[in-house]
Write a protein that binds this ligand. Sequence first.
Ligand SMILES: [Zn+2]
Length: 473
Amino acid sequence: MKKANISIVSMITVSILLLVSLTGCSVLTAKPISSFAPVQNTTPPDSGEVLTAIVQAKSVVKPGRNAFVLLPAALNIPSAVNFKFEGRDSFSNTVYVDACRYYFALDDFAALLGGKSSRDSNTYTVTIGTKAYTFDMTKSACAVSDGSSIDLVDIPVEKDGLVYTCMSNLTRVFDLVTSWDLENQTVNFWLDEHPIAQGTQKTLTGGTALIRLEDIYTDGQNNADNALAQARLRAVADLLYGKGIPFQVAWIPRCLIPSENIDNDCETTWSICNCGFVFTLDYLQFRGGSIGLHGYTHADGNNATAAGTDFGKTQNVTASACQAEMDRAKNAAVELKIPYTFFEFPHYAATAKQIKVAEENFNIIYQKYPAKKNQKQLCSVNGTLFVGTPIGYLNNKYELDSFIDTIKSVLTKNELGSFFYHPHIETDWIEVTQAPDIYPSYKYAPGSPLQKILETFEQYNYTFRGISDISSG
Ligand SMILES: [Zn+2]
């Protein structure tokens, strides 16, 4: 059982801003793979965890485990989720859900895309025109006849004598876009009319920049606001991908908002909102995002998710409690098949003991190592890489000018160009069109805070790198 002793507080994010130089650290050594828990190439769902038909319920509680405290709305269900292809009801086979993802028979997509399918014992191939896409039953990658390979979330699954794969894989392999009507329980697929090409950064040799999209979570409500927020987040990922900028994503697995009686956990509740959120996390990764665990709830006693913290001086203070909370976060990632590359304490709040436990669990901790005065922004401690964010973050859109001054002052000193950004600040610049049976699109206006920030890094010839590609040496 989880505790749910919580109450209201406004959203406040705190951060540190330290300008420290970057030299003289040792080289990162890797943790044993077992402590890193890659989930991308693991085994298929075991037979005890079969796909669950979603045609009867909009919100499925994961079978075989005790539910946490669910919203009454999540228990008071029961209309079907509708799936459409270009505005039409198009799927003849049952759609299933597992780990907050919808699974479709490849037969359906082969037919919808005007392709031919063929199958042998280990592969399923869809041929569309001159291109063949081969799904291997043992691999989380799809081989294309032009010699390329497309990474998938997971390996194909066999069910009802058919081969199934999830929405994230389908959209990526076949260049599809989606619209999500959470209120009316409808997901619509469309052929992508304007596929985005991966961009290239201006310089690949300058100083190192890092961007982390901060406080990414969902309250699980099936409403229009969440549908729009998810679409905008995908638009931000498109922007970064179009510029060739790898990025990090600070994900909070479980959301607690006591004032609204919300306790939302994608691991256990597969509502359409949560499925849309996990789809969006997959999408961020396909666009060059590396996911990290930003606590488990980022909440405590009187403070809601993103305002409170589940670590620090008052929460999970013993080594065993700290380990248990980190285990809950890691398990959420494993259960949801979301690979993670780093850990970040909420508000960077951590005792020396908690830091030590984190070192035992993670290869990368995405905050400055706190032990010493004038500590380096990048350093390796006991084989764990600590990565600071000396530029801090933009508090709101009105403070952009002073934030850009801060960036310039850090880059002028040739220091680590590392910062984090709350994507909701982009809201006013991204106009999403997402209505029933209409091709989904968005307009991303130029001159948004994020675009101006990225331009500043370019002016200083800084290069954005993925956190897995840097070292302290
Ligand atoms: Zn946070």
